[in-house]
Ligand binder design. Structure first.
Ligand code: HEM
Length: 129
């Protein structure tokens, strides 16, 4: 979900009339789970962001920071931090499910709230030599 906003004037949006002063809760899941945009919107699928040669591609429907005038101010900082955080971990550790649990058994159902975070998991982080 993006941050709620109040309309500053009467608006007609996609055929719907929205009165001035109405609080609107934009649901980013509408575009992030859009079946006409994503090959498998309900599955963890890094290939959504890779071309035929395995190179990164930007997808217009990937809008976790929202869009427009009130787009997240911290977008570039957050992307940089996430890149550094995850690449450091991936370079140093190999992540696997705990002993006795297969990858197929992992429950990737997210916890639902204002954001949709992954549910807690136990895992093994094995140091790469
Ligand atoms: C993965 C991390 C982050 C995500 C997914 C995220 C996502 C969002 C979203 C969806 C909005 C609402 C945009 C809208 O109202 O349409 C927002 C607003 C905002 N975010 Fe972030 N954010 C992240 C990190 C950060 C960081 C690190 C900062 C600051 C250091 C930040 C600062 C802000 C601010 C100031 C706004 C309000 C912008 C405005 O209303 O004009 N965010 N963010």
């Amino acid at each position: 979900m993006a941050i709620p906003h109040k309309t500053s004037q009467d608006v007609t949006f996609q055929g719907y009339f929205i009165k001035e002063g109405t609080t609107v809760f934009p649901l980013l899941t509408y575009v992030l789970y859009d079946e006409s945009e994503w090959e498998s919107p309900h599955t963890f699928n890094p290939s959504h962001f890779l071309d035929m040669e395995g190179k990164f591609i930007k997808r217009d429907a990937f809008l976790p920071f929202s869009a427009g005038r009130r787009v997240c101010l911290g977008e570039s900082l957050a992307k940089m931090e996430l890149f550094l955080f995850f690449t450091s971990l991936m370079q140093r550790f190999q992540f696997t499910p705990p002993p006795g649990v297969s990858e197929d058994e992992l429950d990737l159902t997210p916890a639902v709230g204002f954001t949709i975070p992954p549910s807690p998991h136990e895992l093994c982080a094995v140091c790469r030599q």
